[in-house]
Design a protein around this ligand. Structure first.
Ligand SMILES: [Zn+2]
Length: 526
């Protein structure tokens, strides 16, 4: 239980950030963010004269009616949140199926869309409700003969009810997708285990004023910021689908509706640091974890945090039209999509190249599309951007055939399985040459953007021969989710299971209970 306490400490956000009051945009600024024309958004927020936040009971009432009236939409539950709220999931198939095993056998691309991992980012969640309606009963239903769609409108049901970013536990669920310590995130991955995604879209909102005003004296101007998975172990084939198929579809929808877009950037809380970062590379971020497990993965963020419901129709419409564009381009050639995803996954399973355990990122100059806070006039601002697509390897290691885990094996196996990792159990005792880790604990570093410990361990690798008892866990790297395996089990990878204490070490112990196996020929499995 010691690790659990440690874990809770690590997951709590660094500075307890006060809930900021709503930033009032001037009427001149608001004039640039009017309603998107020609939209038919069928969701609770738009059934009243003025849009309002959709409460939990209103969301369920809406989904109950929708799934009763629809021939295609079926309502399920991921489980319960920390505060015991039900987390809904909507399965959308041409046949109106609800059993994930049966849906899987349809053999169509499985596309997951989720909203409101952060409770105070309502537009993504609201758009997911409108999308469920359009697929279940209206103009998008025809797509379901080509693709299967799964919608989780509101991952963080407790945070949404309190209009708060974090989960009821205080943890940032969006950073928990490798560790899987939070009930809401585990519930999501359990449902994905039953119906694995080929493509995932994660819908968020970003801050309009906040540090942008403090650091750069302008407001964020883009309607939407977008980013695919960015981590050195993301399969190339998946990145190519993201950048070559989905991004052009997004940009066309953005142009068609008179919206504006940019790559997703954020900036550190340190005022003196005037750089911005293109997303981040941490494997525990949802966007990256979905890529590492073998799905095409995108983050879609609208301009919405800290401004209440200003411009709400435009924000929800933006999520809706991008999701629609993504589903349409998926349905245009589902066989090719499935084939390309399968090829990318097979290439990862067959990959023998070195692992990048730690890396630096290049920097380059970009014009940040800010706007004047009074007039709304464009204020393109040159800044240095830390580029998560420009990876400079630092610690590089030969890729092992797999890892042996000698402690907390059930816990490790369960968490990895939730991320689509297959594991084996050693059948007979054997003596085998391995690579061991001498582990040095270092100060844990925490920040809002990476709540899991970054590089809190340093290791030295040492060859030795060990006696391996029957029942030892073996996690092969020859599988599509190899990126998850290495992120979880290389001790000095950010947020690794050793660093997070999922695999415990006793005080004074220097050798980690995880070993690299370069040649598994001597192992037999149950
Ligand atoms: Zn968010």
């Amino acid at each position: 239980m010691r690790w659990l306490l440690l874990l809770l400490g690590l997951l709590l956000p660094a500075g307890a950030e006060a809930q900021p009051s709503t930033y009032r945009q001037t009427s001149a600024v608001l004039a640039h963010y009017g309603d998107v024309a020609g939209m038919k958004l069928d969701s609770p927020a738009f059934r009243t004269p003025e849009p309002s936040l959709t409460r939990q009971d209103a969301m369920f009432e809406f989904l109950d009616v929708l799934t009763r009236e629809s021939r295609h939409a079926r309502l399920g539950s991921l489980g319960r949140s920390t505060e015991r709220r039900d987390i809904p999931v909507v399965y959308l198939t041409a046949e109106g199926l609800s059993d994930p095993a049966v849906i899987r056998r349809l053999g169509r691309p499985v596309i997951w869309l989720m909203g409101q991992q952060h409770g105070n980012e309502p537009a993504g969640g609201e758009a997911m409700l409108a999308l469920a309606s359009a697929l279940g009963c209206a103009e998008l239903a025809a797509l379901l003969s080509k693709i299967t769609v799964v919608i989780v409108p509101r991952v963080n049901v407790d945070g949404a009810e309190a209009d708060k970013r974090v989960l009821a536990s205080g943890a940032d669920g969006n950073r928990d997708h490798l560790l899987l310590s939070q009930p809401e995130v585990r519930a999501l991955h359990a449902a994905m285990q039953a119906l694995p995604p080929d493509v995932v879209f994660d819908h968020h909102e970003f801050s309009v004023a906040w540090r942008w005003v403090e650091k750069f004296n302008g407001l964020q101007g883009s309607d939407v910021m977008i980013l695919e998975a960015t981590n050195p172990s993301i399969p190339n084939g998946l990145s190519e689908i993201a950048r070559g198929l989905y991004r052009p579809a997004f940009e066309e929808a953005i142009r068609k509706h008179g919206l504006s877009s940019f790559d997703y950037v954020t900036t550190a809380p340190v005022m003196a640091d005037k750089r911005v970062s293109l997303g981040g590379t941490a494997p525990g971020i949802a966007r990256n974890a979905f890529g590492l497990r073998g799905a095409v993965s995108y983050l879609i963020e609208t301009r919405g945090v800290g401004i209440g419901l200003q411009g709400y129709q435009r924000r929800v419409s933006t999520h809706f039209v991008l999701a629609k564009a993504a589903l349409e381009v998926s349905a245009a050639d589902p066989e090719s999509l499935l084939r390309r995803v399968a090829q990318a996954r097979a290439a990862t399973a067959a990959d023998r190249s070195d692992l990048i355990v730690s890396h630096d990122q290049g920097e380059r100059e970009v014009d940040l599309p800010l706007i004047n806070a009074e007039s709304g006039a464009p204020m393109p601002t040159p800044v240095r951007m830390i580029d998560s697509r420009d990876i400079r390897p630092v610690d590089v290691r030969a890729r092992p055939a797999g890892y042996l885990v000698l402690r907390a094996t059930a816990e490790v196996a369960e968490r990895l399985a939730l991320n689509e990792v297959a594991v084996r159990e050693v059948a007979a005792p054997v003596t085998l040459p391995v690579e061991a880790y001498d582990v040095e604990h270092r100060q844990t570093r925490r920040s809002r953007e990476s709540i899991n410990p970054d590089q809190s361990l340093r290791v030295q690798i040492r060859r030795k021969t060990i006696d391996i008892p029957a029942g030892t866990l073996f996690v092969p790297m020859t599988q599509p989710a190899a990126g998850i395996v290495a992120a979880a089990l290389e001790p000095d990878s950010p947020g690794s299971y050793l660093a997070a204490g999922v695999i415990p070490m006793t005080a004074g112990e220097t050798e980690g209970p995880v070993y690299r196996v370069m040649d598994p020929a001597g192992l037999s499995f149950r």
